[in-house]
Ligand binder design. Sequence first.
Ligand code: ADP
Ligand code: MG
Length: 234
Amino acid sequence: MTAAVLDVRRVAKVYGAGPTAVHALREVSLRVERGDYVAVMGASGSGKSTLMNILGCLDVPSSGAYLLGGVDVGTLGDRQLALLRNRRIGFVFQSFNLIPRMTALANVELPLAYAGVRAAARRRRALAALDLVGLADRAGHEPNQLSGGQQQRVAVARALVTEPALLLADEPTGNLDSRATEDVLAILDDLNAEGRTIVVITHETEVGDRAKRLVRLRDGLVVSDDRQDARVTV
Ligand SMILES: Nc1ncnc2c1ncn2[C@@H]1O[C@H](COP(=O)(O)OP(=O)(O)O)[C@@H](O)[C@H]1O
Ligand SMILES: [Mg+2]
């Protein structure tokens, strides 16, 4: 049996200590298998970003364990963690985080440059990733020459170009209008149909409705975890 893409085991996160301590997550458990598409929803303050930071190996739990591809990240040092993050996770953020004054193509090539891929292969793979999000014809444009929706599609291409095991998105449509939101959601649908594993953190019902599985957080606890088929009323 292959390991789950991610396996969160009774993870808690406490910020601070003593009477002012904030229990951002209280014993959250969550397994995600290859090919799944999970939306994590919850009100502001429910612990979404805290969970995202742990899933993305950007922060560590106060207790419990987090396994990424079967590897307990708690046993890794900073350098190993950075490598794991670079190789296994593609990040998409609310604010796109593209580098200004660099073309879309150069932005998408960047993670490959960090991974030591040679220039010709970098270019070919980055163009293929831009093609996947429908922006091959904008490869030479800089971020400020692109709409918000196009910038986010470039960010998705950048997240995918390393072929990560997990695409992790934090409020990816939070800064987009409804048309651009639909474009990005359609791309996530396509990517998942091709077998990519996606976890998207959102407070938008529209986004949650698209995922195969919906996990709801409230006050640092998972209060529901349903497959889409079970959500459909017949
Ligand atoms: N660095 C921090 N220090 C102290 N408290 C924090 C920190 N980050 C988040 N929190 C608190 O943890 C709780 C969960 O926050 P967060 O994970 O950002 O929720 P969400 O993303 O769902 O809005 C909130 O009560 C928040 O104020
Ligand atoms: Mg948040």
